[in-house]
Design a protein around this ligand. Structure first.
Ligand code: GLC
Length: 743
């Protein structure tokens, strides 16, 4: 009898979620029809997310029987469960629950899944929005084929502090570029829209201002004016919301004394209020329970109360919601309407993903197999990786290297590294050693054989031993050219990887000095997840390529650039400091009352007496094998009124001997504001390709909307007055002209 009544109930549930008086119900109606059937415990279950047992991305809580909780409808989602086999297994358990509400499977698909792409900071250096959208699209195709519904990406935290290891996950220091990239990545992950089996729910994280952690120390406090929050840290989140991102994830940090996890200003007033966000907010790993550590609540009972009322809909891994929410409702401390709102937001996404119709629609073994080794994706990853490599120096045109006739020594701890090419937030697969292309393999592929290649490791990544130097120097002495590959190991940037010292680790720069002393032409490749400090190398070595962590096809992509099959075009998305003492350093800074006029100006100005003021390499900087010359700016008008549009033109000429791609950048300075304005702000950029000798007029159309900022009242407005228009190939070397804009 029980079985029959259960069957009837299930049928009623399914039918009631589909039709009402013969009319197909809207998703909201279907959500409500399920909600009406749910007990309080089942509602709380939907707000609960556990880690699977495939991998851990946070402190491990081993408790209870997760599978029994799934069968009892006490779980809404799991993370770190992949492959169609595992997800199907757990989904089948969810289908044994009373209401058969499907699980959502979330995963950190940050820069690829089976095909690993360059880390997001590297992709940001391409300034190629289509590239970044495509990279996310491929990641979604591969991950959704492996049973994943939801990625905890894009990470859109603005970061001005390279001591913070998570700069590798984001798009750098600029709100304008970061906002465009946030939208591109959301569109890439979500593709043609939720409900398509190659679409992932995206997740804008970490909301908010996580990148401003004091001291660049991960998880540390954040304190800033609300104006700075709006001006610098919120724009990429707003862009993600406007791009239709399905979910948000809050951040570990407290913001102005209130943990983001329970921060009503962020999650209720701004996100769900002003921005009218209809998706749901998942906490970061354990962040609900961590409010006890913050000292904002005394126990997990209070944490559950604060987080839910503060706007966090789903509790990742802390068990606070599971253990306390039902009681809080029964005690009248949490209104059931808040629980229902959170449950509705989550159920709505499950309906939109088509999981109620078919909980196994992402569990297609054939599709998973078809995407497991996608050669076309690898080719695209290689092409994209080449576009993220930044040429920092090329004195005497050492690069590109000839493909024949020269003996090349490859020296350094990364030359034959495999895993270290993937960087943080990548996946280890059994076939990594044959699938990931090392630098050595990439160069050998390019040259066709290793006959003219020599190798020495020279030193380790971290330790300071010089025992390998002699061999490395001897190998270099037998070569015509030396290519050195140094940098950070894959676990030296990323979550919980803050570094107080961001110099090249270990004895690597000493090794560079020893090899440079041989007098051979030296090219240095730097693999890293963040800006590093390498002043001696930058001042003394003729050629430097910043090769980030480029993913599965790293070696091939680097070889394409080294030997000129791709002319490097990338531009830095972050300022590179001369030393840690300069941090935070960013291009869009305020002028101060005593700005230094030059790098050597020490006459009672805002400067260090022991260091030039400027960064080692500025935001937007990147060279090419060719040269681009900028003509003077011409303006359609120099006096404008509020409804006018300004057209700024500049002629760019390729004066070198290679075809190349240039990212022409537009910066604007508001000379006088009711609140002080940065010395420049990126307001536009255009990527152009020019043949040797070719010129092109590049045009930017500017309106008063480009002049808007958050004033003292937090209104996003513009103010009439004088402005400076700047155009160039980076944030430092720009042509300038002034204009006046009246109301
Ligand atoms: C981690 C990270 C977050 C990630 C989550 C799940 O702690 O902060 O970015 O998405 O936990 O792995």
């Amino acid at each position: 009898m029980r079985r029959l009544s259960c069957f009837l109930l299930i049928t009623v549930v399914q039918l009631s979620t589909m039709f009402c008086f013969g009319q197909r119900k809207t998703i909201d109606q279907r959500v409500d029809s399920v909600l009406k059937l749910m007990t309080l415990e089942e509602k709380v279950g939907q707000l609960n997310q556990y880690n699977g047992d495939w991998a851990y991305t946070g402190p491990i809580t081993k408790d209870g029987d997760k599978q029994a909780q799934i069968r009892n409808g006490q779980l809404g989602s799991m993370l770190n469960v992949i492959t169609v086999e595992h997800t199907r297994q757990l989904q089948e358990m969810a289908m044994q629950s009373r209401l058969k509400i499907p699980l959502l499977f979330g995963q950190d698909i940050i820069h690829g899944f089976r095909t690993i792409f360059p880390i997001p900071l590297a992709e940001a250096a391409s300034w190629d929005l289509a590239l970044m959208e495509r990279s996310a699209r491929i990641a979604a195709i591969e991950a959704s084929a492996a049973g994943v519904h939801w990625t905890f990406a894009p990470m859109v935290d603005i970061a001005r502090d390279p001591r913070w290891g998570r700069v590798m996950e984001g798009a750098g220091e600029d709100p304008y570029l970061g906002s465009l990239i946030a939208a591109a990545r959301v569109k890439g992950f979500q593709g043609r829209g939720l409900g398509n089996t190659d679409a992932l729910m995206a997740c804008a994280k970490h909301f908010a201002a996580y990148g401003a952690a004091v001291g660049g120390r991960d998880y540390n406090s954040v304190d800033m004016s609300e104006r700075q929050l709006w001006e610098t840290y919120l724009p990429p989140f707003k862009a993600a919301a406007e791009a239709g991102v399905a979910t948000f994830m809050n951040s570990f940090n407290d913001l102005n004394g209130i943990p983001a996890t329970s921060n009503k200003l962020l999650q209720r007033d701004i996100l769900k209020g002003q921005w009218k966000f209809k998706g749901f907010v998942v906490s970061d790993w354990g962040s609900v329970g961590e409010m006890v550590n913050h000292g904002n609540v005394k126990d997990n009972y209070e944490a559950a109360l604060a987080a839910l009322t503060g706007g966090s809909d789903m509790d990742m891994e802390s068990r606070s919601y599971r253990d306390h929410l039902a009681k809080l409702v029964r005690e009248g401390k949490v209104k059931i309407s808040l629980i229902d709102d959170a449950v509705r937001r989550i159920l709505k996404k499950k309906f939109e993903m088509g999981l109620f119709e078919d909980p196994y629609r992402f569990c297609n073994k054939e599709r998973q197999d078809s995407q497991w080794n996608n050669a076309a994706h690898l080719r695209e990853s290689r092409s994209m990786a080449a576009k993220t490599i930044v040429l920092l120096k090329n004195q005497g045109q050492v690069l590109p290297l000839p493909k024949q006739g020269k003996t090349i020594a490859l020296i350094g701890p990364f030359v034959k590294a495999v895993r270290d090419n993937l960087g943080f937030w990548s996946y280890q697969w059994p076939d990594d050693s044959t699938r990931i292309v090392s630098l050595w393999q990439g160069v050998q592929n390019k040259l066709g054989s290793a006959d003219k290649m020599l190798y020495a490791k020279g030193c380790e990544i971290r330790d300071t031993s010089r025992s390998g130097f002699a061999e490395a120097v001897e190998v270099a002495s037998r070569a015509d050219i030396v290519v050195m590959n140094v940098g950070e190991a894959h676990d030296m940037s990323g979550e919980a990887k803050s570094r107080s010292n961001i110099h090249l680790p270990g004895a690597q720069e000493e090794l560079i000095k020893a090899i440079q002393a041989t007098g051979k032409p030296v090219v240095v490749l730097i693999n890293a997840g963040r800006p590093l400090v390498f002043n001696w190398t930058a001042d003394n070595v003729p050629a430097i390529l910043y090769t980030w962590w480029l993913g599965t096809e790293a070696g091939n992509a680097i070889a394409d650039v080294l030997f000129g099959d791709y002319n490097p075009s990338a531009k830095l998305p972050m300022s590179f400091p001369r030393t840690e003492g300069q941090i935070p350093i960013y291009y869009n800074h305020y002028n101060s009352g005593r700005p230094a006029k030059t790098d050597s100006d020490l006459n009672y100005v805002s400067a260090y007496i022991d260091l030039p003021n400027s960064p080692k390499f500025p935001f937007g900087f990147g060279l090419s094998y060719t040269q681009f010359e900028y003509g003077d700016i011409s303006l359609s008008k120099t006096s404008l009124r509020s409804t006018d549009k300004l057209v700024a033109r500049v002629t760019v000429r390729n004066s070198g001997s290679f075809s190349g791609e240039e990212t022409v950048q537009l910066y604007i300075r508001d000379m006088v504001g009711s609140v002080i304005r940065p010395v420049k702000e990126l307001k536009g950029f255009k990527k152009i390709t020019l043949k040797p000798g070719e010129s092109r007029v590049i045009e930017f159309t500017i309106s008063v909307n480009d002049l808007r900022f958050y004033n003292e009242k937090l209104a996003n407005d513009w103010e009439p007055g004088e402005f400076e228009i700047m155009i160039g190939g980076n944030s430092r070397d720009v042509k300038k002209m002034k204009i006046n804009w009246a109301r």
